[in-house]
Design a protein around this ligand. Structure first.
Ligand SMILES: C[S@@+](CC[C@H](N)C(=O)[O-])C[C@H]1O[C@@H](n2cnc3c(N)ncnc32)[C@H](O)[C@@H]1O
Length: 380
């Protein structure tokens, strides 16, 4: 399944496409090696050696990861994952660089025309250190670097890069997580009809726009801290003819009034924030929700719901893939986060939602159940 084309998408030429497709195959291969090859090596070589030396198996994911790293196969697997990640961004980055002047012109033209949605930027916004101190998952320049005035580079890089990284599992417009959530909500809670939806950490609006497709009468608001992501997101939404109100805000403290939203969502953003921020984001969601409203975040499930081996494979990203908060955040108790934010214990939600796309759902090494998105949150 190819990526859905729109006016803002950086289109690879023949050679760029060949290189990107090679990276896609290499990603599949590196996951095979990390998940399956490494499991065999662990069970047949590393675990027995550990047991012989220590008189017991590894105690937790940390001991297991370190034991794997002493084995050449573990080293090979890590090197392959890291090299693939860097080469993938490189294969997209050079293609976006070649087209950036045209993309800037297209964004400016879209901005001048009649718009369905809106864009509100805040140049004084402080980028939180947890999201700004490193280039998250080695995306060059991260989410917030402006290379020129009105820049859209980061968004263009992310749009294509996320498609390759997700190996197409997000669908042509990478909106599968949002569509899956929307379809599940309609099925499970047919009377719940959100009038205003907020997506926090929207990036370029992929998932949120899928959710809107399921609730087309709702108003959709999307926030992120990265200005070049939002400029691109706005132009992309307009190019696709979808009304979305984007603004540059920190999900820990927004400028929306109390009780403004019926549904607040986050898709794969919590693991990029700190423990303190995670708590603040849920407290802010409680303030922003109308009575009867719902907050739900999709992310990888806590470590204690998977084997130490699977946890170690995923936790590798904490140590080597510039995702410094995955380890800590997935150690937190999700029910406790929601309760600490003021939601009643009985209103806690913790659910695996089936992928709307038959061949979709979380890919890679997230530790999720195949084809299922894990969401947690609560009803107000
Ligand atoms: C992995 S991306 C999320 C993907 C996106 N939700 C989607 O559906 O495609 C994480 C995003 O969260 C944003 N982010 C992280 N911390 C944030 C915060 N405190 N407030 C707003 N956005 C934040 C980052 O800038 C980044 O764009």
């Amino acid at each position: 399944m190819g990526q859905g084309v729109h006016a803002m998408l950086a289109q690879p030429n023949h050679d760029e496409l060949a290189r990107q497709e090679f990276m896609l195959q290499m990603r599949k291969e590196s996951i095979q090696v990390a998940r399956h090859g490494s499991r065999t090596v662990y069970e047949q070589r590393v675990e027995p050696a550990f047991r012989r030396a220590q008189g017991r198996p590894p105690r937790d994911r940390h001991e297991l990861r370190k034991a794997m790293e002493r084995d050449f196969y573990g080293q090979f697997s890590g090197a392959l994952r890291l090299t693939q990640q860097e080469m993938m961004w490189d294969s997209v980055g050079s293609s976006v660089e070649r087209q950036i002047d045209d993309l800037m012109v297209t964004a400016a033209r879209i901005n001048k025309g009649r718009k369905r949605g809106s864009l509100r930027l805040d140049p004084t916004l402080e980028i939180p250190r947890y999201i700004g101190a490193v280039d998250i998952h080695f995306m060059p320049g991260n989410y917030d670097t402006d290379l020129q005035p009105d820049d859209v580079f980061a968004g263009a890089l992310y749009d294509r890069g996320a498609y390759l990284r997700g190996m197409g599992g997000g669908g042509p417009l990478l909106d599968n997580a949002g569509r899956s959530l929307g379809q599940w909500l309609k099925q499970e809670y047919p009377h719940f009809k959100p009038r205003r939806i907020l997506d926090v950490g929207c990036s370029v609006g992929h998932s949120a726009m899928g959710l809107l497709a399921e609730f087309p009468k709702a108003e959709l608001y999307c926030i992120d801290t990265g200005a070049p992501m939002l400029r691109y997101a706005h132009a992309r939404a307009e190019a696709l003819g979808v009304p979305v109100h984007f603004s540059q805000q920190n999900a820990e403290k927004t400028d929306f009034v109390d009780g403004y939203f019926d549904l607040i969502v986050g898709f794969a953003m919590i693991h990029e924030t700190s423990t303190k921020a995670t708590h603040a984001i849920f407290r802010e969601a409680r303030r922003l929700l109308a009575p009867g409203g719902l907050v739900l975040h999709y992310d990888g499930p806590p470590w204690n719901r998977m084997s130490d081996f699977d946890a170690a494979v995923h936790d590798w990203d904490t140590h080597y893939n510039a995702e410094p908060f995955i380890g800590k955040v997935h150690d937190l108790d999700p029910a406790r986060i929601v309760a600490d934010a003021g939601f009643a214990k009985a209103k806690y939600v913790d659910v695996y939602i089936p992928s709307a796309l038959q061949s979709g759902g979380p890919r890679g090494t997230t530790g999720s159940k195949p084809g299922m998105f894990w969401f947690f949150g609560g009803w107000r």
